[in-house]
Design a binder for this molecule. Sequence first.
Ligand code: PBG
Ligand code: ZN
Length: 324
Amino acid sequence: MFKRFRRLRTNQAIRDLVQESILTKNDFVYPLFIKNGKNIKKEIESMPGVFQMSIDEIVKECIALEIMGIKAIMLFGIPDVKDSIGSDALSEDGIIASTLMEIKKNVPNMYIMTDLCFCEYTDHGHCGIIDHIHQSVNNDATLEILSKQAIIHAKAGADMIAPSGMMDGVIVTLREALDKNGFKNLPIMSYSTKFASAYYGPFRDVAESTPSFGDRRSYQMNPANRNEAIAESIEDEKEGADILMVKPALAYLDIIRDIKNSTNRPLAIYNVSGEYSMLKVAGNAGVIDYERVLMETMIAFKRAGADIIISYHAKEVCEILDKN
Ligand code: PBG
Ligand code: ZN
């Protein structure tokens, strides 16, 4: 006697009935990159299909996203002027604050998350204030300006704040700052387990945020560490994070499952720039069936335990879901 697993694979109807993981448009967050100016829509060479856009174009994009069924976006600002502390991010009329107000005015139902970090705003490209003696980011000094940045985003209309800089104590610090300023109900999604990854390469082209010296290994995590990966997310849950995250995604499916099994908080994954570009390049070269590999990758994230998928593929996935 042996088990005939194939009985439940006979045709599409039964395969659909027993399918365990399901992908829907509700799972997705679409990242957007904002530049100053007007009528700007500049494709990024290393990320075909991803653009830097001016605010007017971002508003048009949000209207299109809403029609397609994408309900949530993540904003990244690329200011014209960068300095040592990322002043644009601390200004009430900086690029993100202006974008938030413009989207909320024109597309009020779009759910807007903001990436909270300084690497796109500093001239040195690091995620916070540099401690010149140690040639690294000063954790506690950066916490202070992160609080200011969060309040600016909150006042401008952000629906959720997403700190991505891997500073210790950031969640408890932001929670206190938000609560004190009247934003008790504003949720925080923590980039809680974020690895120092070479998969971020193309993002640094689009966000113009490559560090001018050194790398991020003194604050982002070592890809070799599993116990620490779980501890990072659990600590952020304790500090009050509403949603946890693993980033990157594809090379870290084991970590996604480990953290999913260790928490009752919703779990997001960030399907990062390098993962996107690899699929695009392979698809354009004709060496893979692009759509099938794409959908197989997305369902793998769900199966691993992702509740939310942040992905540059979000629009393509919606189009494929509509076809089927
Ligand atoms: C900023 C930030 C990065 C990404 C998201 N937020 C870059 C980095 O840490 O270097 C990467 C996203 C991607 O590669 O798509 N801290
Ligand atoms: Zn950063």
